[in-house]
Write a protein that binds this ligand. Sequence first.
Ligand code: PEP
Ligand code: MN
Length: 344
Amino acid sequence: MIIILKSGATEEQIQHVIERVESHGMSAHLSRGTHRTIIGVVGEKSQLQPARFQAIAGVADVILVMPSYKLASLDAHPEPSIVDVGGVKIGGGNLAMIAGPCAIESAERMDAIAKSVRASGANILRGGAFKPRTSPYAYQGMGEEGLKILRETGDRHGMPVVTEVMDPRRVEMVEHYTDMIQIGARNMQNFVLLTEVGSTKKPVLLKRGMSATVVDLLMSAEYILSQGNPNVVLCERGVKSFDPATRNLFDVAAVPLCKGLSHLPIIVDPSHATGRPDLIPPCALAGVAAGADGVHIEVHNCPEDAMSDGPQALLPEQYEKLAAQIRDLAALFGKTIGYARKKS
Ligand code: PEP
Ligand code: MN
């Protein structure tokens, strides 16, 4: 950490900063320039709390040299992490093709959608049983009954499953049925929930909050990692923008940006990022070309009947076409798409 003093900082103020640094068990290295004086601070990472020093009179700025997301950072783990989701690997050259409806609606519908996306090449099945809806009057999901349907459908078609948890009190239940726990965009900074899923060993799909920076996303991943769960996959799903033409703004640059900062796999979700079936295929391909470790897409066999996110759902035949293009692109980039075995 580097503390930059104001140009008019007095000798007394400089000495006070040094005393404060030393009182936290760290060492201070003073360097006086012609215009500015700086203090280099070396010591235990947990004591390096910039706000504490920023508040001292005479201090102009405090700069962290090491990122605060120490477990998520490349410094901690220079090789890309590979997360195993029920036998399907994500990251380190392994591409996830996650597909399924926004919400689990019935066993029959789930089966039909799973069958079609699996035949098209998807390797992980998604579906929400607990839906985070803006309106309390909107469809909230099937709850535990939906989780059972998801589990059975995934097993029948040889697909590990991912589903969202919103409530820390339901983590145990969701963990029981799923291969991967999704933390939705609206809960990216629900720190109690992050701590709870961090204390499981289940892979976590951590979606970027709609107003969160990439560093915010990595700090949220840090909550999970610091609890002892190393199985975190990041997901870029669009951020708020001023333009209502798309549901969110797909931040494709976040993919290589995260890769330059963190060893964690990152996938893209062009469905929620754009909200438009015509934009999903090009954005999915752009995500893979940008280095994403997976593509997460909502598919429904009758979007007009869908209980949530119907307008952005791809039809099975649209997904089939896109999946073939994703596979071609994956081959071009030397990525592997693995499949789980069917459970008997
Ligand atoms: C979803 O995956 O259905 C969902 C609600 O996503 P997000 O949290 O990204 O909005
Ligand atoms: Mn959705």
